[in-house]
Design a protein. Structure first.
Length: 316
């Protein structure tokens, strides 16, 4: 069985170069799941709120669980680490539990949890594992525990019957750079050898065509009229909302409530105002003119644009 990369990317995911690239890299890794050799993983990373989890959720949504005669097949297995863990066995217990099985209690024989995890992955028909917030399980300091974790990830990529995507903060890059300075790992232990080129996500610049395309991709999903660069105030107010939690905020604004009645910008603004009060934590609502004047919106977006331009220039 060969997995094909989904083709209708533009119909469900924001039209932003980095977002689409990250989605495509996940698809390439997924496509390798049944290759006996030369499977690769990929790391998607960036600051909090840049859309990493959103991309993973969009991809996984294309491959929902499938009910078969005697079991449920799980093409995509996603796990998000909520707390710091540093021992391989602790991580395996979490993953086994998430797969719906109680791991053995107490001390177990060496390799027993690994054996159970591999059996479940095969039994559930998992093609792709997505491990989110991966920095939580990789120690901040280089040492034996970190090296053991690194070796285990390498072993999984080399021998599992599925592929792996790692998602995390900028600290997650240590998975690929571990041992580069003090040469604590040899070539066979380097995770970077088993990975495609990583994708670092960053915020979309405001007042650009990419920002317009991003918003229009959400409007397209709710069958609302498209907007243009001339709709500056609406785009800027949306950008101030986006500054809170990136794509998660946009998902709450556009995708959680019935928006089928939206026919013009005024109606859209009123619905966005109501949705922001429901799904956002920010005190001031950028769609409420009594709380956020356009002068304040304009200043906030201008400041963010200048800051992002400096950051992007530094990265080049």
């Amino acid at each position: 069985m060969v997995v094909s990369i989904p083709t209708p990317v533009d119909t469900f995911i924001v039209k932003h170069t980095l977002v689409k690239h990250a989605h495509e890299q996940i698809g390439r890794v997924h496509q390798m799941c049944h290759l006996p050799n030369n499977k690769k993983g990929v790391l998607i990373y960036g600051k909090s709120g840049e859309g990493k989890t959103y991309i993973a959720e969009c991809y996984a949504a294309q491959y929902p669980p499938v009910k078969e005669a005697d079991h449920i097949r799980l093409p995509i297995f996603t796990y998000r680490f909520q707390e710091a863990k540093s021992k391989v066995d602790d991580i395996l217990r979490l993953l086994i539990t998430e797969l719906g099985v109680q791991p053995p209690l107490g001390k177990v024989a060496a390799g027993e949890l690994d054996k159970q995890f591999r059996f479940l992955i095969k039994a559930r028909g998992v093609e792709l594992i997505i491990l989110d917030e991966i920095q939580q399980v990789f120690p901040a300091k280089q040492g034996k525990i970190a090296l053991d974790m690194l070796k285990y990830f390498c072993a999984l990529l080399d021998t599992l019957t599925c592929s792996i995507v790692f998602i995390g903060s900028e600290r997650a890059m240590r998975l690929l750079t571990f041992g580069e300075v003090d040469k604590t790992v040899d070539d066979n232990e380097q995770l970077s050898r088993r990975m495609l080129r990583s994708v670092k996500l960053h915020r979309i610049l405001p007042r650009t065509q990419e920002w317009v395309d991003c918003i229009n991709s959400f409007l397209q999903q709710i069958s609302a009229p498209q907007i243009g660069i001339e709709d500056k105030e609406l785009l800027d107010r949306l950008y101030v909302a986006y500054m809170e939690r990136s794509f998660s905020t946009l998902d709450g604004l556009f995708m959680r409530e019935d928006m089928s009645h939206i026919k013009d910008c005024h109606t859209l603004m009123m619905r966005l105002k109501a949705n922001f009060y429901i799904y956002s934590q920010n005190v001031n609502n950028p769609f409420d003119e009594s709380e956020y004047s356009y002068r304040a919106i304009d200043a906030a977006v201008t400041h963010e644009y200048q800051k992002l331009k400096r950051e992007l220039k530094t990265c080049l």
